[in-house]
Write a protein that binds this ligand. Structure first.
Ligand code: CU
Length: 419
């Protein structure tokens, strides 16, 4: 495949199942750990330019977060040491050097990071062969079949879809219940996902792991960096049946639907699993816990001539914060993202997972607002309030648009957690 760059890994110490290669894929190895595990990762940069790795969704200290400030040069190494504090879920890793994230991810740099815990194990969800983790990405290939990076104010969009870093978009499944995790690993593409002929998609998890109970959806917007987990029962189908996961037009009547991937039902019977009635301990953050419930911090997502995309008119500057970007350690705050532009912006905040309090366009719009989140889609015209605890690590972190071209065009800022 015409991809240039990839993460390669090997286990130096510990269980060798911690790393799993995806066969034929340009993605890095899938990393799988348990909550509470102590992890040491040595990143050696063999690229011809600066880079650093961000562990997307993991709650780690500044030093371990892949802040652009910590990017290393060619041939240099960077050591990460952290304890996995997150609950079970699908997280991921990708580069984060300022101005080059979009390009580097596009070249093939990304991988899945799975966390497991005891609570999840007790549920006996479909596992082994009946658990799928799928990364959706698009790439543009020109007439000569060469990968081409074409960034613009809109982002970059491909003419070819990849599932888990391969062009195999038909997946053979057994007749049984499956747990399917999706990650939108595209630079800029937002899907409007539906499953052909299915009225109720049974969501069980989000960015930060399992929900409290099954959430039924007919369709949903799926933005870069978001994760979505659902249960799907293939035993209701017959051998040879094809089930299509599709993307509908983002705006009804504008554009055509297209197939993202297909499941082909084989004659094999899968292991019997039951859908649990209760999923996970999940408690909503009480809004009254916030120090600023009545005066949320507002973040306006706007373009600016000469800068590109900004947050409140400010582009990214290393080691710069506005007053409102300084947070007292231990506080819980409400942040409001306001999007007066015509483009959607998936906003990602590093550090702890947050919860979506409300959005002005209403809950029925089909955005993934359930559960613990690290990325929230802010649709054109929308005001979205999220509530977040800043109670784990002090130091400097970033928040940004996860349309990677927007991020590289400066739609990123620091926030600092202080005593
Ligand atoms: Cu954006």
């Amino acid at each position: 495949m015409a991809f240039k760059w990839s993460y390669f890994g090997s286990v130096l110490k510990g269980p060798k199942e911690t790393l799993k290669e995806i066969s034929g894929s340009y993605l890095g190895p899938t990393i799988e750990v348990n909550t509470g595990d102590k992890v040491r990762i040595i990143f050696k940069n063999d690229l011809p330019e600066e880079s650093i790795i961000h562990w997307h969704g993991l709650d780690v200290s500044h030093k371990n977060d892949g802040h652009p400030h910590n990017a290393i040069k060619t041939n240099e190494s960077y050591q990460y040491d952290f304890v996995v504090e997150n609950r079970a879920g699908m997280y991921w890793y990708h580069p984060h050097p300022h101005g080059r994230t979009g390009f580097q991810v596009y070249q093939g740099l990304a991988g899945i990071f799975i966390v497991r815990d005891q609570e999840e194990k007790n549920l006996n969800l479909p596992n082994e062969e009946q658990e799928l983790s799928l990364v959706l990405q698009d790439r543009y290939f020109n007439d000569d079949g060469q990968l081409e990076y074409r960034p613009s104010m809109m982002g970059t969009f491909g003419n070819k879809l990849f599932i888990n870093g391969t062009d195999k978009r038909k997946i053979k499944v057994k007749q049984g219940l499956y747990r399917i995790r999706l990650l939108n690993g595209c630079n800029a593409r937002i899907f409007n996902i539906a499953v052909d002929g299915v009225q109720e998609i049974k969501q069980i998890g989000s960015d930060g792991g399992l929900l409290a109970e099954v959430n039924s959806l007919e369709r949903f917007y799926f933005a870069p960096a978001e994760r979505f987990e659902f249960l799907f029962d293939f035993s209701q189908y017959s051998t040879g049946d094809i089930i299509r996961v599709e993307s509908l037009p983002l705006v009804e009547g504008r554009g055509k639907k297209y197939t993202i991937l297909e499941f082909e039902v084989s004659e094999d019977l899968g292991v019997m699993f039951r859908e649990p009635s209760k999923l996970s301990q999940y408690s909503k953050i009480n809004p009254s816990e916030a120090t600023n419930l009545n005066s949320p911090k507002e973040f306006e997502l706007i373009p600016k001539r000469g800068t590109g995309w900004t947050i409140n008119g400010n582009g990214y500057e290393d080691n710069r914060y506005e007053n409102y970007e300084i947070i007292k350690y231990g506080d819980t705050e409400v942040w409001e993202f306001y999007n007066p532009t015509g483009m959607p912006h998936p906003m990602h905040i590093h550090g702890t997972q947050f919860q979506v309090l409300n959005r002005s366009s209403g809950q029925l719009k089909g955005c993934l607002d359930q559960g613990w989140k690290d990325t929230v889609l802010v649709m054109p015209g929308d005001r979205v309030q999220v509530i977040k605890r800043f109670n784990t690590f002090k130091g400097t972190f970033i928040y940004h648009c996860h349309n990677l071209e927007h991020e590289d065009m400066s739609m990123m800022r620091n926030f600092k957690i202080i005593d």
